[in-house]
Design a protein around this ligand. Structure first.
Ligand code: ARG
Length: 377
């Protein structure tokens, strides 16, 4: 046993929040010893969230052999949401998939209400170990069998954000009083916190080396008082990156809730964004600096970049419906984490609206329009 890694779990266990088995909040806890002696604070220091700006929030009811429990999740597309791995791979086994089992609720007006979207798939990050003391790589993806509609949030991919002291908001239906399983808010709560370690800081309260900045974000308030708590796991930590709200963290673990010396620990989304995007959007990111339709004259060119988001090799193939373009290369192989640039040159002085299609391994085919010599597409 390793002292460094055991400490966080030990302190956590003392306070009733095991990190190794990061407690989910059971749904049926009517008889739980509800010590409702805490101050009348909300989501541990939160306020009611604005429902119109949090349309991407999903309540995740995860059903395992141990029964249902509640987590948070964030919608990335109509069919995909991201949550914590420990909400999916629990000591009671994996979340149950299919009709009548685990489900997502789209931005529920009040806790537990709204239309249920059952799951097709639940993918846990391959590095996540359900029985580890530190909940590293605490990220999982949920795919619903039907389109959920509703809001979506963009992932933060910037490794240098959020910065030290940057404001962030955590959302959830979790406990409003630490340790009190009966303290459930009716409406979604928002906790205003800040990044307490930044992208490279190694100190997070009193967690010592149990806090791993490359994989985790440390967020709370220097004096405590506002934090995520049991039942908030899997939910979003949101912050502005380049002026736009992004999903920067996922509620993962913590010792107690809202303690000054023990801030909330979140999965660092930018560390896992390539893995998430590969599952949700495809193995390759296929992009062009010139927006489609891209206007080009004879002799001018444009580029398309194929970036392999994964660590394994893949290939691409380019096709065009026009003899008026010169594409180079027309196919290729790309090693893990590498990119290749495809050059597309206009050979004609005619006005044409032509299409270049890029198909690549485990990625939906992407089409780019090129408008030659002033043609409108
Ligand atoms: N593990 C908890 C859950 O499953 C979340 C803990 C977050 N704790 C904290 N102090 N931020 O709901």
């Amino acid at each position: 046993m390793n002292f460094r890694t055991s400490r966080r779990a030990l302190v956590a266990a003392t306070l009733g929040c095991s990190l190794a088995f990061a407690s989910l909040a059971p749904l049926a806890t009517a008889n739980a010893a509800a010590a409702a002696d805490g101050p009348s604070i909300r989501v541990v220091g939160g306020t009611d969230a604005n429902r119109s700006t949090t349309g991407w929030f999903r309540q995740f009811i995860t059903v395992t052999s141990g029964g249902p429990s509640t987590c948070g999740a964030t919608a990335l597309t109509n069919r995909w949401a991201v949550t914590a791995a420990h909400c999916v791979a629990t000591p009671d086994g994996k979340t149950k998939i299919g009709k009548g089992k685990s489900y997502l609720l789209v931005n529920p007006k009040t806790r537990g209400t709204g239309k249920r979207f059952y799951l097709d798939k639940a993918i846990v990050h391959p590095s996540y170990k359900p029985n580890s003391r530190l909940q590293l790589a605490d990220v999982a993806l949920l795919k619903t069998s039907k389109s959920m509609g509703g809001g979506k949030l963009t992932l933060n991919t910037s490794r240098t954000s959020p910065t030290l002291g940057q404001a962030a908001q955590v959302y959830g239906f979790g406990q409003t009083v630490s340790g009190d399983y009966g303290s459930k808010p009716t409406v979604l709560q928002r906790g205003d916190v800040e990044d307490l370690a930044g992208p490279t800081g190694t100190v997070c309260g009193s967690y010592g080396s149990d806090f791993q900045v490359a994989k985790e974000i440390c967020a709370g308030l220097p004096t405590g008082g506002t934090d995520a708590c049991q039942g908030d796991s899997g939910g979003p930590l949101v912050s502005a990156v380049d002026g736009r709200n992004r999903l920067v963290g996922i509620v993962s673990s913590g010792t107690g809730c809202a303690l000054a010396q023990y801030p909330g620990i979140y999965t660092r989304v930018s560390t896992y964004s390539n893995w998430i995007e590969a599952k949700v959007f495809g193995k390759f990111a296929v992009t062009s600096p010139c927006a489609s339709p891209c206007a080009r004259k004879k002799g001018q060119s444009s580029t398309i970049t194929v970036r392999n988001r994964t660590t394994s090799k893949g290939s691409f193939d380019v096709s065009t419906n026009s003899k008026y373009l010169r594409v180079s290369p027309t196919w290729g192989k790309v090693k893990g984490k590498k990119s290749k640039t495809i050059n597309v040159k206009v050979k004609t002085s005619l006005k044409r609206c032509v299409v270049v299609k890029v198909s690549s391994t485990d990625t939906p085919t992407k089409a780019f329009k090129i408008a030659t010599n002033g043609k409108r597409c």
